[in-house]
Design a protein around this ligand. Structure first.
Ligand SMILES: Nc1ncnc2c1ncn2[C@@H]1O[C@H](COP(=O)(O)OP(=O)(O)OP(=O)(O)O)[C@@H](O)[C@H]1O
Ligand SMILES: [Mg+2]
Length: 255
């Protein structure tokens, strides 16, 4: 479903950073190669600044790669970006991008319309997703008047209203309370069971442990290791994912 080949992204540094580091650019993602199939939840783990969001933004066609390529369902993220977007749902934690003056329902419906989904079809889906995420009572409320967690739930529904085969979730459980977090996790697992391909990043190791079929550890844009938790532990002589993470990616904060 998702094939990533040597994907790289460099950003030019500002004057101040150039002076501080003596470098002209930062390599946010460095020759990433990876395949993810339907029915998999792939977890990107890495310290702040490791390149997780940049990777997800490139896959979502929001950001052009500097070099390398990726395909989603056989469609190239650069030359066939419209086809990629049709097959992709994208959710960024914390930054929901909802229109405050539209209701929760209207926000989701608007996105559905952008994806050429008939209102009759989207209405039924919105109701079902609102039940799954338990925000039915807030459907008619303006998004600007919703709590952070409810906004995140509405954003979840909006991201997947077009029933995409590939779901990209950047810190999807950020800001959710314990119950909502569990609902979001259960939802991701049900998507996996329905054959969806999911790539997510999350700093909470317990979330990654519960959801991910495979994990990749990113450090300074490089994929250091890929595997199931069992494989990663065995290869690194560790007992837990946390130990593997500290061994490979350390506690360095790149920012
Ligand atoms: N638009 C940009 N312009 C310049 N540099 C950027 C830009 N976006 C990201 N970077 C740099 O790219 C690197 C990777 O950032 P990215 O946001 O992908 O990390 P991350 O793994 O998502 O981190 P976090 O865990 O903090 O969300 C960082 O050094 C960051 O400063
Ligand atoms: Mg990030």
């Amino acid at each position: 479903m998702l094939e990533i080949q040597n994907l790289s992204k460099t950003f030019p540094l500002g004057r101040k950073q150039r002076a501080q580091t003596g470098k002209t650019e930062v390599t946010a993602v460095d020759a990433l190669t990876l395949s993810v199939s339907g029915g998999e939840v792939f977890g990107l783990l890495g310290a702040n600044g490791a390149g997780k969001t940049t990777t997800l933004r490139m896959l979502a066609t929001m950001l052009a790669p500097t070099s390398g390529t990726a395909t989603v369902g056989g469609c190239d993220i650069v030359t066939q970006s419209a086809d990629v977007r049709r097959q992709t749902g994208l959710l960024f934690g914390g930054d929901t991008g909802l229109y405050d003056r539209l209701t929760a329902f209207e926000n989701i419906q608007y996105f559905a319309r952008l994806n050429d989904i008939e209102d009759s079809v989207s209405s039924a889906r919105i109701k079902r997703l609102a039940e799954v995420f338990r925000f039915t009572e807030y459907l008619e409320r303006g998004a600007g008047k919703l709590s952070k967690g409810t906004r995140q739930k509405v954003s979840f529904a909006r991201a997947i209203i077009h029933d995409p085969a590939l779901m990209l979730f950047d810190e999807p459980t950020l800001g959710l309370d314990v119950t909502a977090k569990k609902e979001a996790e259960d939802f991701i697992l049900s998507c996996r069971d329905n054959g969806k391909t999911i790539v997510l990043s999350d700093h909470t190791l317990s979330v990654v442990e519960r959801l991910c079929t495979r994990i990749g550890i990113l450090d300074k844009g490089k994929l250091l290791a890929v595997g199931t938790i069992g494989e990663l532990c065995a290869a690194n002589g560790c007992d837990t994912l946390e130990q593997v993470f500290f061994k490979l990616a350390g506690v360095r904060n790149e920012e």
